[in-house]
Design a protein around this ligand. Structure first.
Ligand code: 2YG
Length: 292
């Protein structure tokens, strides 16, 4: 699990409008729109209407390695930018959760060193950042590529984000190859996909050859400089949820606007949209009127 640094996030709040414009130019959708597509509520107008009725709280957590300066503030700023009513609790930790309840928050977001989650506590449901992030960057690649049905996609990195990415891309009927510097992790992911999802995916033994051989790449690694200049062709598209970004600076220049990457914003947007979906789901899943 990558731990963000203050340096990774300190400019996010000031650049949210610019980032939104970039996302529109690359995917045709805003930050909220990408979160919406990832969640399956592809209706931004509806989300903007309901957002103010779903107050959210962000609770700083001091456990483990402690507070990341600016983390809770940035999460809150992203939520407000998306149109939600969001506040940081004055207290951290358990007292912060108590405060969030008292202020009537319907969704409470908090992160320790191992997990970043959005709690829809009245529904007894939790949205995990790794899952939401994977869904959002898979949706983003789909938008960038104009559809992924039968398209070959390479997933680099077979951790929690890579695993959820396999699930999201199988749902999009993509032809998936997975690669990891630890081959057994890639092979294990392919076995899981077959057993759990009846999905057949390819496993790359040679990562370098696999990157050269794919135009659509999802970088779900926590390594830098995995994708370098000589890997980039005129058709290369990279969606990169991994932190640090796995695309080298010179490869970024060569890719131009054919990159989808940010350290936190897209994942938070997908978390917020999934929390809305959970809260608005009527009745129990499977009952008439329930949202799937
Ligand atoms: O409340 C705080 O300030 C800290 N307890 C936050 C710690 C967050 C640690 N986790 C990470 O930095 C990332 N896993 C967050 C999500 C990155 C999105 N790809």
């Amino acid at each position: 699990m990558t731990r963000l640094t203050h340096k990774d996030i300190n400019m996010i709040s000031a650049r949210l409008t610019d980032h939104d414009s970039y996302l529109r130019s690359v995917t045709g959708r805003s930050l909220l729109g990408i979160g919406a597509v990832a969640t399956g509520i592809d209706d931004v107008v509806f989300l903007k209407q309901v957002a103010p009725a779903i107050p959210m709280a962000v609770v700083p957590m001091r456990s483990g390695l402690g507070i990341i300066s600016g983390f809770a503030d940035t999460v809150t700023d992203v939520l407000i930018h998306l149109g939600f009513t969001a506040r940081i609790t004055r207290h951290s930790d358990v007292a912060g959760f108590v405060e969030a309840m008292q202020m009537g928050a319907r969704v409470v977001l908090a992160a320790d060193d191992d997990c970043f989650a959005a709690f829809c506590y009245r529904q007894g449901k939790v949205v995990d950042n790794s899952i939401a992030t994977a869904n959002a960057f898979a949706a983003g690649l789909d938008l960038m590529a104009g559809g992924l049905v039968e398209k070959r996609v390479l997933i680099l990195g077979c951790g929690p984000v890579g695993r959820q990415t396999v699930k999201a891309l199988l749902q999009r009927k993509a032809r998936i190859t997975v690669a990891d510097r630890i081959y057994e992790k890639a092979a294990g992911l392919a076995e899981w996909a077959k057993a759990a999802l009846d999905g057949t995916i390819q496993v790359a033994r040679d990562i370098e050859a696999a990157i050269m051989d794919h135009d659509r790449i999802i970088d779900a690694t926590n390594a830098a400089d995995v994708i370098r200049t000589h890997h980039i062709t005129a058709n290369t598209l990279v969606s990169a949820p991994g932190m640090p970004c796995g695309i080298s600076p010179r490869a970024m220049q060569k890719l131009g606007r054919r990159i989808l990457h940010d350290p936190l914003q897209i994942g938070v947007a997908a978390m917020a949209c999934d929390a809305v979906r959970i809260i608005l789901a009527k009745g129990l899943p499977g009952c008439p009127g329930a949202w799937t």
